[in-house]
Design a protein around this ligand. Structure first.
Ligand code: GRF
Length: 203
């Protein structure tokens, strides 16, 4: 299967996917990596791995619609089976999301439906939660609201800073995302009627 990965920053999830493929444990090809931020370190990771990579800056486009059109056109060249949002910090238009419906996944650093949006780690600390975590979900037009595929939990310790908690969560992310992509690449996972289905069981 062909994956295209969208990023905005460091790209540690991208790296975990690259490493899993290179280790022969994920039967996929990364067609391309696209960042909306020119300085995203993940672009260098893609370059180092010999993967086609592009900066498509949203600043060069007049509207969200125009940007998403350009993004869809670039992706279409690679005919991805799955578009993987890995720290892509932009809200996608409904028409983009619908175009890739069932082929678009995201990783979000909270136990959805808790803490949609930004600053999830600080919000978990501020609320006194003792458990936090990460979710991988299908993307639908509702922001961070698509069907959850799988979650991983981490403890929150009383002295935690948001950064410490984030790095504990990110350790889990690097395990979880390649696992989900493995299910997708082996045709074990799909979305039907706005539900995630794994091995013929609704999740
Ligand atoms: C991750 O924490 C992910 O959950 C969130 O953005 C961060 C991206 O990290 N959506 P990286 O760029 O993969 O290192």
């Amino acid at each position: 299967k062909t994956l295209c990965v969208l990023i905005s920053g460091n790209g540690s999830n991208l790296q975990a996917i690259i490493d899993r493929i290179e280790a022969g444990k994920l039967n996929a090809t990364i067609g391309c990596v696209i960042s909306n931020q020119p300085q995203a370190y993940g672009l260098q990771r893609a370059q180092q791995a010999g993967i086609d990579n592009y900066c498509l800056s949203h600043r060069d486009y007049e509207s969200r619609e125009a940007y998403d059109e350009a993004l869809a056109a670039l992706l279409a060249r690679y005919q991805p089976d799955c578009v993987v949002l890995a720290g892509f910090m932009r809200i996608l238009t409904e028409s983009f999301v619908n175009r890739f419906s069932g082929q678009l996944v995201n990783i979000h650093p909270s136990l959805l439906p808790k803490y949609k949006g930004l600053n999830t780690h600080q919000r978990a600390i501020d609320n006194g939660d003792d458990v936090h975590g990460v979710s991988v979900h299908y993307v639908t037009p509702e922001l961070d609201g698509g069907p959850v595929i799988v979650q991983s939990r981490v403890p929150v310790f009383s002295e935690d800073t948001a950064d410490e908690l984030a790095s504990r969560v990110q350790e889990q992310e690097r395990q979880l995302y390649p696992l989900v992509l493995d299910w997708i690449c082996n045709d074990r996972l799909y979305m039907k009627d706005n539900k995630a289905v794994l091995d013929n069981e609704e999740l």
